[in-house]
Structures are given as structure tokens and as C-alpha cells.
Write a protein that binds this ligand. Structure first.
Ligand code: ADP
Ligand code: MG
Length: 698
């Protein structure tokens, strides 16, 4: 007797070759096959009278074979031609190179066919069809019902998938253990797992499909939220965190030094953070704020609070440039307060790094700023109290855990400029508390965005030159670093390579020589060594450069408020979130800013991206659009966050079910915090399976 966790090789009809193919689709066990949910369904349940068929439509017909013949128009090709009569009219179908079917397609045989109708000279033909011979007592899988359509790969087709799925359904679905507690099922009107699994593949009606999907979506969200609830509990329970005292003299002095007034959003968020830090469980908070909303100052308040109590703070940035920039900004703000700040990044010399690590270890540093190296190179801290993670989407939950293991039990503040739609916030960041900076500092002129045609290139250059004469600076952004990268680019060069992608390096030379000979044009890209990047950024900041040609290394966090123009080349090649981040580099000061995009969008998605950019500057709206265009998996690389992939639930469409499942899950964990109740054994098992080691339950 086989059981659910056995290999698919035990399923009749699955040989060693097919096992390998199924494995490629992520199907290893019989249970996996049951959870190989169809991509969509095709409703073939209502046959249509042949006489009423329309040219071009997809339809199902049911009739009797009236006549058949086989012809051999040339060597290597034979065609069976069949006429089907349903009492209203005749329709014709052809089978190519399957002469062995002559035996089955006999006159008088009952047959059902679903396919595309072609009407020619009053003759009705059916093409690209699925068919089935109707016999007493035989269950049809491919037509005359709502039929599942699966994601395939080479070596298996729909017919085969349906056959083996049906086989395991018949044998195993009834024995699928129900793990959702009866009260939860009852409260939320969820059908049983065995029925749900049957109907998700072969639903009797669209209503039964809906019930099945609802049950499975709930289950998926419920398990996800259970995992999140457990993580959250674990974080809050790991010993005691630091209970900081009320803000004191240091913060008072800083507030006086600050050259501007905090926005009310900043004040609110600072008080949320302060109150977290004053509790004895460790802070675990996400700070969301669109580019330019002023997250850095908020971070400084949190840092000072830690320092005031004798602790150290760490800032982790996603890139060296950003780490360097934070370093410069914080120095400017905090040197008057005699706060000791150090930078630790990968491109520094080994000796230098060693020296800095030592001072951190000895407690001679208050704030250490770095990239992932902080985590990877095992920085030891004398008294780590607070970790600030900037631009979280580049970090995973797991890295956070590593860092946590090093410190005492530090508070964690995660900052992100990528606005996160609520559904994602509840999943990817479901174990964090969330603060939102939803107000921009005053006095911003803002950015106007245009999609400009190539024919305007000369005028655009003139415009840029003019703005620079007025004292401004400009970014010109390219999607690639050098011409040689084109070879590995995934973007097809259609129109015989007419779409020349201008690489940053080549363009910088061209712009400097031919276009802006009187201006200073600099270049920055990701492959440059760290100190070189730093020098260029500093030069740009100090206005030694007028124009900075760059790749997306300037994407996040760079803050040069005098730069008010951004020209983006081949904008169709950037993602929406990326374009928004890029644009966030301008419009940061008192000057009216302009974002100009050259773009040749060819797909629906790229057109939509460009359009959205010109229509809104609202990060949340852009995030929603982006999520819609890309889907959640890609949007946030959920895997990277130690979250299981969603197999059936849709974060956009199933928001309400997500909220209910979350409530149920959190209530559940409250009652059984460690899943120790023997009745919850199955939940525990499913949960561990789902999170594949990304979850510790103890
Ligand atoms: P981001 O949220 O993108 O990290 P920053 O913290 O870099 O934003 O802030 C963007 C700019 O706005 C900085 O130059 C900063 O000094 C300035 N800023 C921040 N808060 C205020 C405020 N309340 N009033 C005026 N300017 C502010
Ligand atoms: Mg920032």
C-alpha cells in the first residue's frame, strides 16, 4: 500500500522518464500531484448543436461518427478524416499521422470533441481539438465537463496530466487528512480538504470550483499567517530586549541643531519607535516612507536614543554608495554632538577593516555603518542596541536573524522606500509592526515627468544645458554598463538590431565630447571599485560635475538636492518600482524637477509602466500597479524573505480572505503558542513542510 508521501513513480502510468519530468515541475510525491493545481479551467460541459456553431469560436460538440476515411497525400503523412453527426448538421475533424486510431474511430462510435470551429464554404470543421470516445460507464476527462488546464513542460501534455491526476484523486483524495480545526472551518464556511482537492481539479460546476478554491486559499493564507505569528512570538519572546529610558539631553540637543522642523508624520513615527524602544521586548518595526519622505532623520532619533543609554547602533545599507552616503549625512548631523561614527564596507583594505572592527568591539564607536559585510564578516559589538536596516527589500528575514544572533537582543528598525501594498505588508512583513511616513517635508517643488520622443533629443539636450546654466545638475541613466553586456542581455534586439542600447560608458564619452563639451560629465556604475564611486559621488555633490551618467547604482537613497533633472534612456527596460526609485533622486529640493524618459515600449506591460510614471508620483499607487503588473512573487521575491511561495492564493484578489485567515491564525497561536496540542499535530506538520526549515517551532 502506497501513501501520500510516496514518490509519484508508484502512480500507474508514471515511468522513470516521466518521474524526471514531473520532478522538474516540482512534483515528487503523490501528495504533490494532488496539489498540482490547474492553471485554469476550460468549460466544455455544454455541447453546442453543430448547426449553430460560429466561425472562430471555441466549442464542444457531441455526436456519432457518420463516416471516416484515411488518405495518404504523400509519403510520411496520413490523415484520418471523420464526419460527425449530432442530428442537426455534420462537422468534420482530421487526425494526422495516427492511423492506429482507425480502429477506434469507427462508424457509429459516439464521440465528443472540443476545439476551434472553422467554417468554410458551408462546411464546418473543428481544429486543434481534444476529443473523447463516449462509452458506457467511462468517465470523460478531456471534454463534456469543466476540464482542468495545467502548466506543462516538455514531455507531458494536458491529456496525460489529467489522466494521472484523476488516478491519484480517485485513489487518495478521500484519505487526505483534514487538518483545519472544525470550528475554524465552520466559522468560515470552508469545505473539507478531500472535496476541495477533487473540485479544484475536476469541478462539477463553477460554484463547486469557487468553494474549493476558497477553502484552499484560506488554508494557504492560514498556514502562512501561522508561520508569521510564530515568528513574531519567537522574536518577542527571545529573552528580554533592552528597555531604554525616556529621551534625554542628547536628543534634546539634536532637536535644537536640526535645521528644519519635523513633519507631523516624522513626529508620529518617532514616537512610535520611542515607545517600542521603551518596552522591554525588542523592537521589530518596519518604517515605510516614499523616497524623500525623510526617513534618515527618524533613524537618527532612534540611534541617539540607543546611544544615550550607552548602546551602539548599526546601519546596514544595500550598497556601498548608500553606506557612504549615510556616513557623510550622519557625520554632518552628529559631529557637533561628538558622536563617534565609523564606516565598514567590503572594498576597504583588510587592515583598515580590522582596525574598525576592533574599535567597534572595544566600544569606541557609537554608530557603525556598513553593507552586508556587517553581517557576513562577523562584526562583534561591545554593546549593540539597535540595528537599522535600510532598503529592506534587498535583505531577507534570514539575514536579520543572523545579525540578531550576534548581538544581545537588539531592537530592529527596517526602513524601506518601496511602498508596500497592505496585503504584502501582512505577508512578507507580517511579523513586523509598521510605521508609515505619509507626508513629504514642505517646500518641495516636486517632479514633472514626461515621456519624450527620440526626435526631441536635441531639444532635450538644450533644455538640460539651460537648467545647468541656472545652477542645477542632471542625471542621465542607462540600463547597461558597456556595449559588451549587450551580448548577455535578455532583451531581444528586434528590427535587425536597430534598437541600439546606449551603454553608459560609451555614452559618457560621447556626451562629454560631442554634446556638452563645455560641461563636466562624470560616470558612475556598479562595477567600479568602492573608493572610485565614493569620489565621483562626492564630486557630484560638491558640484565639480554637472552631469552624472550612471547605471542604476544611483537607484536608492542618493540625496543630492541640487540635482533636478533626470534623463532616463530606454526607460521601457526598467521595472516600475525601479523607475520610481530612480525618479526619487530628483525633486528633493527647492527646485522644480524634471524626469524625462526616452522609451520605446513594445509590450503592454512596458507601455503601462511608462504611462503610470507620467501619471502619478504617488509611491503607493505605483506599488499597487506594479504588484498588478508583475504579480507578488516577482514583486518581492517572497522566497528571499524566507516565505513560502503562494500556490493558489492571489494577494490582490484574495485580500479579504487573507485578513480573516490572519485573524484566525493569530488567535490560534494565542491559544496554542507552541502547537503542542496533539490535535494540532497535522497543522504543525503542514507548517514545517511549507516553510521548509525557515521556521523553528519549539
Ligand atoms: P528618504 O526617506 O528618501 O531617506 P531622506 O531622509 O534622505 O529621505 O530625506 C530627504 C531630504 O529631506 C534630506 O535632504 C533631508 O535633510 C530633508 N528633510 C528630511 N526631513 C525634513 C523636514 N522635516 N523638513 C525639511 N527637510 C527635511
Ligand atoms: Mg534614505
Amino acid at each position: 500500500m502506497t501513501n501520500l508521501s510516496d514518490s509519484v513513480q508508484y502512480v500507474k502510468g508514471v515511468g522513470p522518464k516521466r518521474v524526471r519530468i514531473l520532478n522538474r515541475l516540482g512534483i515528487e510525491t503523490i501528495e504533490d500531484l494532488l496539489h498540482y493545481f490547474p492553471r485554469t479551467h476550460s468549460d466544455r460541459s455544454h455541447p453546442k448543436p453543430i448547426v449553430r456553431l460560429l466561425d472562430g469560436e471555441y466549442a464542444t460538440i457531441k455526436g456519432v461518427i457518420k463516416a471516416r476515411s484515411i488518405i495518404r497525400p504523400r509519403k510520411g503523412l496520413d490523415i484520418i478524416k471523420v464526419a460527425i453527426d449530432d442530428g442537426t448538421e455534420i462537422a468534420y475533424a482530421d487526425w494526422y499521422n495516427q492511423s492506429y486510431l482507425m480502429e477506434y474511430l469507427k462508424e457509429g462510435t459516439k464521440i465528443a470533441i472540443s476545439g476551434t470551429i472553422e467554417k468554410k464554404y458551408k462546411k464546418t470543421e473543428i481544429k486543434n481539438f481534444a476529443y473523447e470516445i463516449i462509452e458506457e460507464g467511462k468517465e470523460l476527462l478531456n471534454t463534456l465537463r469543466i476540464v482542468p488546464v495545467y502548466n506543462l513542460t516538455e514531455g507531458i501534455n494536458q491529456k496525460y496530466s489529467r489522466t494521472i491526476v484523476k488516478r491519484v484523486l480517485d485513489e487518495y483524495a478521500a484519505s487526505l487528512p483534514e487538518f483545519l480545526p472544525p470550528d475554524i472551518r465552520k466559522r468560515n464556511k470552508l469545505i473539507k480538504i478531500s472535496r476541495a482537492i477533487n473540485s479544484i481539479h475536476f469541478p462539477q460546476s463553477s460554484a463547486s470550483y469557487k468553494d474549493a478554491r476558497r477553502r484552499l486559499v484560506f488554508e494557504e493564507f492560514f498556514l502562512l499567517q501561522l508561520g508569521i505569528a510564530l515568528r513574531k512570538r519567537k522574536i518577542e519572546e527571545v529573552g528580554k530586549g533592552i528597555r531604554y529610558r525616556k529621551p534625554g539631553e542628547l536628543i534634546g540637543r539634536f532637536s535644537q541643531l536640526l535645521p528644519f522642523e519635523l513633519t507631523s508624520a516624522q513626529r508620529r513615527v518617532i514616537s512610535e519607535i520611542t515607545s517600542d524602544m521603551q518596552q522591554d521586548k525588542p523592537m521589530n518595526r518596519l518604517l515605510q516612507g516614499d523616497v524623500g519622505s525623510g526617513k534618515t532623520v527618524v533613524a537618527v532619533y532612534a540611534l541617539l536614543k540607543a546611544i544615550e543609554d550607552g548602546y551602539q547602533g548599526a546601519i546596514m545599507a544595500p550598497t556601498e554608495i548608500l553606506a557612504q552616503q549615510h556616513y557623510l549625512t550622519l557625520q554632518e548631523l552628529l559631529i557637533p554632538l561628538k558622536i563617534r561614527i565609523e564606516l565598514l564596507i567590503g572594498s576597504m583594505g583588510e587592515k583598515e577593516k580590522e582596525g574598525i572592527r576592533k574599535t567597534v568591539e572595544e566600544g569606541k564607536v557609537d554608530i557603525i555603518i556598513g553593507t552586508h559585510t556587517l553581517v557576513q564578516e562577523a562584526a562583534a559589538f561591545a554593546k549593540l542596541g539597535l540595528i537599522i536596516i535600510d532598503e529592506q527589500h534587498k535583505f531577507g528575514v534570514l539575514q536579520r536573524a543572523t545579525l540578531r544572533k550576534k548581538g544581545l537582543n537588539p531592537d530592529v528598525l527596517v526602513m524601506t522606500a518601496t511602498p508596500i501594498p497592505r496585503t504584502l505588508a501582512l505577508t512578507v512583513y507580517g511579523d513586523l509592526n509598521i510605521s508609515v511616513l505619509d507626508e513629504m517635508p514642505p517646500g518641495r517643488k516636486g517632479t514633472t515627468t514626461y515621456w519624450v520622443p527620440q526626435s526631441q533629443r536635441k531639444n532635450i539636450y538644450l533644455f538640460i544645458e539651460n537648467e545647468i546654466k541656472k545652477g542645477r545638475q542632471a542625471y542621465i541613466v542607462y540600463p547597461l554598463v558597456s556595449e559588451s553586456e549587450k551580448a548577455t542581455s535578455s532583451v531581444p534586439h528586434r528590427r535587425g538590431g536597430m534598437e541600439e542600447l546606449k551603454a553608459a560608458t560609451e555614452m559618457q564619452k560621447h556626451l562629454q565630447k560631442e554634446v556638452f563639451p563645455k560641461l563636466k560629465v562624470g560616470l558612475i556604475h556598479g562595477q567600479m571599485p568602492g573608493d572610485e564611486k565614493e569620489k565621483i559621488m562626492t564630486d557630484f555633490k560638491n558640484k565639480k560635475l554637472d552631469i552624472l551618467v550612471s547605471t542604476t547604482v544611483i537607484e536608492v537613497g542618493i540625496d543630492i538636492s541640487n540635482a533636478s533633472i533626470m534623463l532616463i534612456e530606454d526607460a521601457q527596460r526598467f521595472g516600475l518600482a525601479q523607475l520610481h526609485q530612480l525618479r526619487g533622486r530628483i525633486g528633493r529640493g527647492e527646485y522644480q524637477s524634471y524626469c524625462l524618459m526616452f522609451a520605446v515600449p513594445r509590450t503592454f506591460e512596458s507601455k503601462k509602466r511608462i504611462k503610470v510614471m507620467t501619471e502619478t508620483g504617488d509611491g503607493f499607487q505605483i506599488a499597487e500597479e506594479d504588484l498588478e503588473l508583475r504579480g507578488p512573487g516577482e514583486y518581492f521575491g517572497t522566497k528571499q524573505h524566507g516565505m513560502p511561495e503562494l500556490k493558489i492564493a492571489n494577494l490582490l484578489r484574495d485580500q479579504r480572505l487573507l485578513e480573516t485567515a490572519r485573524q484566525e491564525a493569530f488567535a490560534f497561536i494565542k491559544k496554542d503558542p507552541k502547537l503542542e496540542n496533539p490535535e494540532h499535530r497535522l497543522i504543525r506538520k503542514s507548517l514545517l513542510l511549507k516553510f521548509k526549515g525557515g521556521l523553528e517551532i519549539s
